[in-house]
Design a protein around this ligand. Structure first.
Ligand SMILES: Cc1cc2nc3c(=O)[nH]c(=O)nc-3n(C[C@H](O)[C@H](O)[C@H](O)COP(=O)(O)O)c2cc1C
Length: 409
């Protein structure tokens, strides 16, 4: 199963989907999506929204007919009928009347009140009731990679008949849900066209000051990023064999270092730390020139394969070039990382085993007795050929080959 998306990525990746795969939506996921609607806000917490979960093929086809014959709707494994429970016009509360007068103005509201069929007024006024909970449904679905589409081109009376709704419940919109069989992004106006600051004629500076969604931003790490950095690091570290110790603080460096983060839709999705070697042999394995030693490099799992690591490496290259450094060293025990470095044309410098082991019991016992030193974990390394001998002698656990790569330009 694909990982769930973070909020802003889900917002950015949501599209109206009009062609679905037949794959069913797992019930627990569908429940979570509809539960998201339950927590939507509503005027006076009236919670007048009701959602029909329609999976019956005949009913889905009938609803698609009621939607002006948009028959693709029936392709979706689930169609949500977004309904509202109408208030009886004569039962409208004093407060609701007061709110309506304030909002629409007395003249308009009185005109509505005098309409020949008071039911029509409630019908129109309740149109917006399913919209916010429906938006929750749409975004919750997007977070699971499930596509949806608002359907407002709908014969409300006909759809409500098909669903056998009581007179005071109307189906205002349909929302087909399913795994997308198409992916089409529609353009958006720039934020500057959609905003103003204080009054109509003033533009909101922030609209153009920051990158729009969909752009990858590489920028220096700032102390305020620490929580997001650690959260991103943790997601990368649990899906990689590259790290053996847990970071609970963002690592910092003695020497000058590039601490880079990659941001997408305002979310931290990648990181790269490169420390500059100032004296030959201090950090690097190759001894012919000082390097930028790469301590940390990772991309959040849901953004891997998008060229983010490559972009960070290129930025590090540029930063190091400005300091007259023309090579980087990358070390990793993670096979995917090794494959990636090889794919980028890096040259192997060295390889060795790294593993957990236990010291012989007489040694650990002596340490405990003499120095009160209880040694629990020993992590070591050895040349490639030595592993069988060491294994025999000490026993090694989880051995992994660590490969060092040299990247020059
Ligand atoms: C209230 C509402 C009603 C809509 N009704 C329909 C509809 O009946 N049929 C349809 O194909 N799309 C419908 N749409 C989807 C819009 O066409 C779509 O959201 C818009 O073109 C932007 O594309 P995007 O959602 O992929 O970004 C509706 C959207 C909204 C918000």
């Amino acid at each position: 199963m694909k990982p769930t998306r973070h909020l802003f990525t889900a917002i950015y990746n949501r599209r109206s989907v009009r062609h679905f795969k037949p794959d069913p939506i797992p019930p627990a996921i569908l429940h979570q999506i509809v539960e998201a609607a339950r927590w939507a806000p509503s005027g006076g917490n009236s919670q007048a929204h009701v959602f029909g979960i329609v999976t019956d093929e005949k009913k889905k086809r009938a609803l698609a007919q009621a939607a002006g014959g948009q028959m693709w709707i029936a392709e979706a494994p689930v169609v949500i009928a977004c309904c509202a429970k109408l208030y009886k016009p004569e039962e409208e509360s004093e407060f609701s009347q007061e709110v309506n007068r304030l909002r629409w103005g007395k003249e308009a509201y009185d005109w509505f009140l005098s309409c020949p069929n008071p039911y029509h007024m409630a019908l129109l006024f309740m149109n917006s009731t399913p919209l916010i909970p429906g938006a929750h449904i749409q975004l919750a679905a997007a977070a699971h990679g499930i596509g949806s589409c608002w359907i407002g081109y709908l014969d409300i009376a006909q759809a409500s008949d098909i669903l056998q709704l009581p007179e005071d419940v109307r189906c205002y919109f349909l929302m087909p849900l399913g795994y997308p069989a198409e992916d089409k992004r529609r353009p958006r106006k720039p934020l500057s066209e959609l905003t103003f600051h204080d009054t109509w004629n003033q533009s909101w500076d922030a609209a153009t000051a920051y990158p729009s969604f969909g752009q990858l931003v590489l920028r220096p790490y700032q102390p305020a990023d620490e929580d997001a950095w650690l959260a991103t690091w943790a997601q990368v570290a649990v899906t990689s064999r590259a790290w053996v110790t847990l970071h609970q603080r963002k690592p910092s460096y003695k020497r000058e270092a590039l601490e880079l983060v990659a941001e997408y839709n305002g979310e931290l999705v990648g990181f790269m730390d490169v420390e500059v070697e100032t004296e030959l042999g201090e950090l690097g394995y190759a001894k012919d020139s000082c390097c930028g030693f790469v301590w940390e490099l990772g991309v959040r799992p849901d953004h891997q394969g998008e060229g983010i690591a490559k972009r960070m490496i290129a930025a590090a290259q540029e930063w190091l070039s400005a300091r007259n450094i023309r090579r980087m060293e990358f070390w990793s025990m993670d096979q995917r990382a090794q494959g990636f470095y090889e794919h980028l044309g890096m040259q192997e410098l060295e390889r060795h085993w790294q593993f957990y082991t236990s010291l012989p019991q007489d040694v650990t016992q002596r340490m405990r007795e003499q120095d009160k030193f209880g040694l629990q974990v020993a992590f070591g390394n050895c040349p490639i050929d030595e592993l069988p001998v060491l294994n025999e002698k000490y026993g090694v656990r989880e051995p992994l080959i660590c490969v060092g790569y040299d990247y020059r330009w």
